[in-house]
Write a protein that binds this ligand. Structure first.
Ligand SMILES: Nc1ncnc2c1ncn2[C@@H]1O[C@H](COP(=O)(O)OP(=O)(O)OP(=O)(O)O)[C@@H](O)[C@H]1O
Ligand SMILES: [Mg+2]
Length: 253
């Protein structure tokens, strides 16, 4: 077994990276896959969303060589584990900047997890910084969550350019697994226009499943539960289950 390594990236804040990583990871865990969530963000949202304790050792300590990947915490969902992020991650950019091979620290640090999990999902901060470069050097593929709102397209060009740069120089095997629309509202004209524009441009790269705006999805993290453990039959949970099937199919291609 070698884990499939997928990162969730968009340098724009608040577009659903953490929500999507947690909920797709949780559906995979429900299906019996062993999944490691890795929170690369200093906000610590991913750990909080799965009831992990951000004050314990997490990915920072693993990067620093102070802890092993065995410090990954269990979560309320069987088969779902979390290496927490949190405030320490805010300093990593500065700490790594003068290191040789500074883009490859995460890849080295998580190597030991590769034969212990089926999937490793890393949640990126909303920035194209050195932490994100480490994520891109580590990953097999990238999922890009996009909120259906004005200017969504703006950042996408820069993001794809960055990914192509990484592909050329650091990680030739890297691919974009797909773009997923989040917080979609069928009734909002702007949502539909953006979906149409981006789908016309990127075709099959766009996942067929759109994640609707759903109050349960928004509430679940404050209960420390992924959506399938919080309210398994709401529209949000159903959408995330459907998206997970697409992710599985693409990851296995
Ligand atoms: N489908 C949805 N319906 C309703 N609310 C949602 C949905 N998806 C995400 N949210 C809410 O939107 C906010 C932003 O989502 P999330 O934290 O996943 O984005 P992010 O891209 O990880 O943000 P950041 O860039 O700050 O890390 C959160 O409050 C989340 O609960
Ligand atoms: Mg986030």
């Amino acid at each position: 077994m070698r884990a499939k390594k997928i990162i969730f990236l968009n340098q724009k804040g608040g577009v659903g990276k953490t929500t999507t990583a947690v909920n797709v990871g949780s559906v995979l865990a429900e299906l019996g896959y062993k999944v490691l969530l890795v929170d690369l963000d200093s906000q610590g949202n991913m750990g909080t969303a799965v009831s992990a304790d951000n004050s314990k050792s997490g990915v920072y300590e693993v990067l620093a060589g102070e802890a092993s990947i065995d410090c990954a915490q269990t979560t309320p969902v069987e088969n779902l584990y979390c290496l927490t992020g949190g405030i320490n991650m805010a300093g990593v950019d500065v700490e790594l900047v003068d290191e040789p091979n500074r883009e490859f620290f995460l890849k080295g640090a998580l190597m030991a997890a590769e034969d212990k999990y089926d999937f490793i999902f890393a949640d990126c901060p909303p920035a194209l910084d050195l932490v994100t470069m480490n994520a891109l050097a580590f990953a097999d593929s990238v999922i890009i969550p996009m909120q259906c709102e004005f200017l969504a397209m703006e950042g996408l060009a820069l993001l794809l350019k960055t990914i192509n740069g990484v592909k050329k120089n650091i990680n030739p095997g890297l691919e974009v697994l797909g773009i997923v629309f989040t917080m979609y509202s069928r009734r909002a004209n702007i949502s539909n226009e953006i979906v149409e524009d981006i789908t016309n441009y990127f075709h099959d790269l766009v996942f067929k499943t759109k994640i609707p705006r759903n109050v349960r999805v928004c509430e679940a993290p404050s209960h420390g539960l992924p959506i399938n453990a919080y309210e398994n039959n709401c529209t949000g949970a159903r959408a995330y289950r459907q998206l997970t099937m697409e992710v599985l199919e693409r990851a296995n291609r």
